[in-house]
Design a protein around this ligand. Structure first.
Ligand code: ADP
Ligand code: ZN
Length: 707
C-alpha cells in the first residue's frame, strides 16, 4: 500500500521501503508520542525524524553534538530539496540572523543546533516565536555520565519537556546498554516513550581476522585489490598512523594520517579530502570517525586489536553505511594484547578489572572458531539463530587435523629455551632462522632448532595461538610476553596425548581461492564494472563543481543499481533506490547521458538497446539528422528505427516528421490505398514532394489504423 509516508520516502529520499522500525517510529511522532530509538550506526536513524518533519506543520529542532555532522546532514537534506539549516559557533552572526528569520517565518523543515546553543536563553526566546513539530536528540547517550561520551550540556536538555510539554521528543542513539537507556529517558523527562530497539546486525559488513604478520604487505595487497575504494585503517598510536601512511604513499597509494595531535585546520583539511574522495584512505587513531557521515566507506582495517568490542563494533560500523558490501579486517597479534594490558594496568582507573575483562572478550572474538557475527551480536545481547555466512569462519569452516607431533615440537622447544622465549623467537627457532638475536643467544644450538622449518611462520603463529587458547601454552604478560608450559602440556609431551588443531590455509592458498572466484565474477561483470567506474567519475566531477561530497550526490548503492539497470530516461532513473526527485532533477542528466553513451558502445550486443536510444532522442525532440549525427549512424538507420518504434506504439505521434496537412494531402491520393502500388511509384507520382521516409511512415500509419 502506498501511504503518504512511503510516498514522501520515495519523493524526498528515493527509497521504496522503510527499514526495521522506521515507519512505526515516524507514526509515533506524528501521533505526538515521545520515542526512544536505538539503532546501530548506519541503521537509518536520521529518516526517523526527518520524514515526520516533512509531514508535519512547522520545524523539527535537531540537537546534534558535532559541527561537522550537522553540516553534512544539512547538506544532504538540501541535495534532496528539503529546506534545512544549522546554527552553531561556526556561523557568522549575519548568517545566524538569516537562519533565525527563516525559522520564525516557517521556512525551515529542519533546524540543527548544538546543545550549548539550545540551552541558551536567547535561543529559548527564538524557539517561542516559531512553530516546532518535534525535538530530535541525536547521539542521546551523551546525556549519560555512564556512557563513553558524556557531555555536560546534554544533561541540561531536560528543560525541553518542561517548557514544551506537548511537543514530541525523539532520542536516538547507537549505544544500547540498559543504564544509558534509563538515563536518557529520565533526564529528558520523556513521557511514556515508545521504545524501539533495532537489530544491531550489519549483515553487509564482511568480518575477517588475520594474524598480525607482515601486516604492511598484507594491507598493500588488500588495498590494491580494492581499486581506489574508500577505507580507514585504525592504528594504536599517532606515530604509527604517520609511518603507515608515509609507507603507503611511497608505494603510490594516497593516504593521510589523522590523529588528535594535528591542528584543527590540518584535521579538517584531511577530513574534507576524504569526504570528497580526493584522499581515499585515512590512517587514523580513534579520534577519527565520530564526525564522519560518509556512507560510502567500503572497508575498515584494524592494524591493532581494539580494547573492547564496543569500540570495535562502532569503528567497523563506519563502513558500508549505504548498505552496500563492506569489509572489516582485523589484524590480531599477541604483542598488542600485552601493550593494551599494560596501558590498562597503568591507568589505575577504578574500572580496570572491567576493562581487562572487556579486552578478553575482544581477544576471544579474534581467536574465535565459530561464526564471528554470532559473537558480536551475542555481546550486545542479541541472538543470531543461523551462522552469518559472511565472516571468515563461516566461509572457511574449521577443518581439524591431528597436530600432536607439531605440538610436541613447540612444547619441547619452549622447554629447551628455558621458558624464556617470546612467540617470535619460538617460531624462528622452530624454523631454523639464523638471525642475530637467535645466534647471539645460542638458540641455534638447541636440539629442536629447525625441526619445524617445513611450516611457514604464519602457520606456526596460527597453531601456537590455538595452543595458547587451549591452555597448553601460557603467555607471561608480566614478563615480557615469554611463553611458558601450561596445564596439560606434560601429557602431550610425555604421554603422547592427541592434540587436534584447526588447519590453516596459508595466505597464498587463500589467495588462489579468492582469485579463482574473482576471475569468474570479473568476466561476468566486466560491463557492469566499466559502467560503474564511469558513473563514479561522473559523480566525482559533479561533486567537485558543486562543492558537495560525492556520497551526498548519490550513494554507491545507487550507482551500482544504475550500472545494473542502465536507466536511460528520467522515469527509469527515479526507480533507482536512493534517487530522489530533487537529485534526479539536479544531477540526473549527467548520469543518463553517461549511461546512454556507454550503451552506444554496446548496441551490437543488443538490438533492443539501439532502438531505445533512438526513442529517447526522439522524445527529446531531436530530428532525424540530429539523431543520426549524435549517434554516429546513417540517417536511413534512424528512419527505420522511428518507423519500427511507431509500429510498435512506442512513438504515437509522428507529426514531428510529417504534418497533419501532409498526411491529408497524401491520403487524398487513391493509389496510396492500393496494395499493388510500390513506394517507388508513389515517390515518382508525387515528384519528390514527399520523402521515402515520409511515405514509409504513412504506410505504417495506414497499417496501424487498419489493425
Ligand atoms: P545512522 O544515523 O543511523 O548512522 P543514517 O540515518 O545516516 O544512519 O542512515 C544510514 C544510511 O542508510 C544512509 O545512507 C541512508 O540514506 C540510508 N537509509 C536510511 N533509511 C533507508 C531506507 N529506508 N532505505 C534505504 N536506505 C536507507
Ligand atoms: Zn559468520
Amino acid at each position: 500500500m502506498i501511504t503518504k509516508k512511503t510516498e514522501t520516502l520515495k519523493k524526498y529520499f528515493g527509497f521504496d521501503t522503510f527499514r526495521e522500525n522506521q515507519e512505526s517510529i515516524i507514526q509515533a511522532l506524528i501521533d505526538g508520542k515521545d520515542v526512544l530509538a536505538l539503532m546501530p550506526t548506519g541503521g537509518g536513524k536520521s529518516i526517523c525524524y526527518q520524514l515526520p518533519a516533512l509531514l508535519m506543520k512547522g520545524t523539527a529542532i535537531v540537537v546534534s553534538p558535532l559541527i561537522s555532522l550537522m553540516k553534512d546532514q544539512v547538506g544532504g537534506l538540501r541535495t534532496n530539496g528539503i529546506s534545512a539549516a544549522f546554527i552553531n559557533s561556526s556561523l557568522s552572526s549575519a548568517l545566524i540572523a538569516q537562519v533565525e528569520n527563516d525559522f520564525v517565518n516557517g521556512e525551515l523543515k529542519l533546524l540543527y543546533v548544538s546543545p550549548e546553543k539550545l540551552i541558551s536563553a536567547s535561543f529559548f526566546s527564538l524557539l517561542q516565536k516559531g512553530i516546532i513539530n518535534l525535538f530530535a536528540i541525536d547521539e542521546a547517550h551523551c546525556i549519560s555520565s555512564w556512557g563513553h561520551d558524556f557531555r555536560p550540556e546534554y544533561a541540561k536538555l531536560g528543560f525541553i519537556k518542561n517548557q514544551f510539554p506537548d511537543i514530541p521528543i525523539i532520542a536516538l542513539t547507537a549505544t544500547a546498554d540498559k543504564i544509558t537507556r534509563r538515563d536518557i529517558v529520565d533526564q529528558l523527562k520523556l513521557h511514556q516513550p515508545e521504545t524501539y530497539i533495532s537489530s544491531f546486525d550489519r549483515p553487509n559488513i564482511h568480518l575477517e581476522v588475520r594474524p598480525a604478520l607482515d601486516r604492511f604487505n598484507q594491507i598493500l595487497s588488500f588495498i590494491k585489490s580494492k581499486n581506489g575504494q574508500s577505507g580507514i585503517i585504525y592504528c594504536l598510536s599517532r606515530k604509527s598512523t604517520e609511518t603507515l601512511s608515509a609507507k603507503l604513499n611511497a608505494k603510490g597509494i594516497k593516504a593521510s594520517p589523522y590523529h588528535a595531535g594535528l591542528s584543527p585546520s590540518e584535521r579538517s583539511d584531511i577530513q574534507d579530502a576524504f569526504t570528497f574522495d580526493k584522499t581515499p584512505i585515512i590512517c587514523a587513531t580513534l579520534a577519527f570517525g565520530m564526525g564522519i557521515d560518509k556512507s560510502s566507506i567500503r572497508w575498515v582495517i584494524h592494524y591493532n586489536i581494539p580494547k573492547n568490542i564496543e569500540s570495535y563494533y562502532q569503528e567497523i560500523g563506519r563502513g558500508g553505511r549505504d548498505g552496500a558490501e563492506a569489509m572489516a579486517l582485523l589484524f590480531y597479534g599477541f604483542a598488542d594484547i600485552g601493550i593494551l594490558r599494560d596501558i590498562l594496568n597503568d591507568s589505575k582507573g577504578e574500572k580496570t578489572e572491567l576493562q581487562l575483562a572487556k579486552l578478553n572478550r575482544m581477544k576471544e572474538y579474534a581467536e574465535a572458531l565459530i561464526c564471528r557475527r554470532k559473537i558480536l551480536l551475542g555481546y550486545f545481547g542479541e541472538f543470531l539463530p543461523d551462522n552469518c555466512g559472511n565472516c571468515d569462519v563461516c566461509l572457511n569452516p574449521p577443518n581439524y587435523f591431528n597436530a600432536t607431533r607439531l605440538a610436541q615440537m613447540a612444547l619441547s622447544a619452549i622447554t629447551r629455551l628455558n621458558e624464556k622465549a617470546t612467540l617470535s623467537i619460538l617460531i624462528d627457532v622452530l624454523r631454523g632462522s639464523h638471525r642475530k638475536e637467535i645466534t647471539e643467544n645460542s638458540f641455534h644450538l638447541i636440539k629442536t632448532f629447525g625441526v619445524g622449518r617445513e611450516y611457514p611462520a604464519e602457520q606456526w603463529y596460527y597453531y601456537i595461538t590455538q595452543w595458547i587458547n587451549m591452555g597448553f601454552i601460557e603467555i607471561a604478560y608480566d614478563a615480557g610476553n615469554v611463553l611458558r608450559l601450561g596445564s596439560g602440556s606434560r601429557e602431550v609431551l610425555f604421554e603422547n596425548k592427541e592434540v587436534q588443531l584447526v588447519k590453516m590455509l596459508t595466505i597464498a592458498q587463500r589467495k588462489e581461492k579468492e582469485t579463482a572466484k574473482e576471475f569468474v565474477a570479473t568476466k561476468k561483470s566486466q560491463h557492469y564494472e566499466t559502467l560503474f567506474n564511469i558513473l563514479v567519475q561522473v559523480r566525482f566531477n559533479l561533486s567537485r563543481n558543486a562543492g558537495i561530497p560525492p556520497y551526498q550526490i548519490f550513494p554507491d548503492t545507487a550507482l551500482m543499481e544504475m550500472a545494473r539497470k542502465k536507466p536511460i530516461d528520467h522515469k527509469d532513473l527515479l526507480e533507482v533506490t536512493g534517487v530522489s526527485e530533487a537529485k534526479a532533477l539536479n544531477y540526473g542528466a549527467s548520469f543518463l547521458s553517461a549511461i546512454r553513451e556507454f550503451l552506444e558502445g554496446q548496441t551490437n550486443n543488443n538490438p533492443g538497446v539501439t532502438l531505445l536510444l533512438t526513442y529517447h532522442r526522439v522524445l527529446e525532440g531531436h530530428d532525424v539528422e540530429d539523431i543520426a549525427s549524435m549517434r554516429k549512424l546513417a540517417t536511413s538507420t534512424i528512419q527505420s528505427h522511428i518507423i519500427k518504434l511507431y509500429v510498435e506504439d512506442l512513438i504515437t505521434d509522428i507529426q514531428q516528421f510529417i504534418s497533419k496537412k501532409e498526411i491529408d494531402l497524401m491520403l487524398a491520393e487513391p493509389d496510396v490505398h492500393s496494395k499493388e502500388v510500390s513506394i517507388n511509384d508513389l515517390f515518382e507520382k508525387w515528384n519528390g514532394a514527399f520523402s521515402y521516409f515520409q511515405i514509409r511512415l504513412l504506410q505504417a500509419h495506414l497499417k496501424k489504423i487498419s489493425r
